[in-house]
Design a binder for this molecule. Sequence first.
Ligand code: G3P
Length: 220
Amino acid sequence: MKFFLDTASISEIEEAVSWGVVSGVTTNPTLYAREGGKLAEFHAHIKRICDIVDGPVSAETVTLTRDEIVAEGETLAALDPHVVVKVPTMPEGLAATKALSERGIAVNMTLCFTVPQAILAARSGARYISPFVGRFDDISEDGLEQLGNTIAAIGNYEFGHPVEVIAASIRHPQHVVASALLGADICTVPFKVLGQCVKHPLTDRGLESFLADWEKVRNS
Ligand code: G3P
C-alpha cells in the first residue's frame, strides 16, 4: 500500500516528504480553504505542491457541468505532469472523466461511497477511485465494510486501463490498518494520522532504554 498525504499544507507536505514515505498528495477545496488559500493563488499552490512531491497530486474541480469540469481539468493538468484531476462522482463528473481520460489526463474520482459508483467511475476512465471511509462512520455506517466491498468489486474486473483504489476520509491509524489488510492500493492520510502511524509507546520505551544503556557503555 502506498501512502498519499491528504492535505494542502506546504509545511506538512515538506515534512512528510522528508520522511521518504509519501508517494502522492490529495487536496480538496476544504483543505485549501483551511490553509487560508486565495483563489488567485490556487494554481501556484498546486504547482508548488507538485514541485515538492515526486508523485501524483490531486487537484479538485469545483464546477458542475461536463464542459466546465473538462475545461477546469485541462487547466489544472497543464500546471504540471503530476497533476491528477479530482472529479466528484455524479453523471456530469462521469462524462467529464471520460473526456479527460480520452485526452490522456488522469482523473481521481472522489466522493465515492458505493460499489456501483466505483465501478461506474472505473468504466468512465478514472485512474484513481476514492472511497470515503470516515464520512460513512460519521453517519453510523461501516465505512471499512464499504471500502472492502469496493476493493473486491474493482478487483473482479479489467477496465482496459490501470485503476487504483485510494482509501480516503481516513481519520485514525485503525483505518490505515484496515485499508492495508483490505488491499487498498493507496491510503491518503492527514499529516496527524501519518504521525500517529509512526509512533508506538513500546518504540519510545525501547529507545529510551537503549539510549540509557548506551550511556553506560560510553561511560565505561
Ligand atoms: O480528500 C478527501 C477526504 O479524504 C476527506 O476526508 O476527513 O474530510 O472526510 P474527511
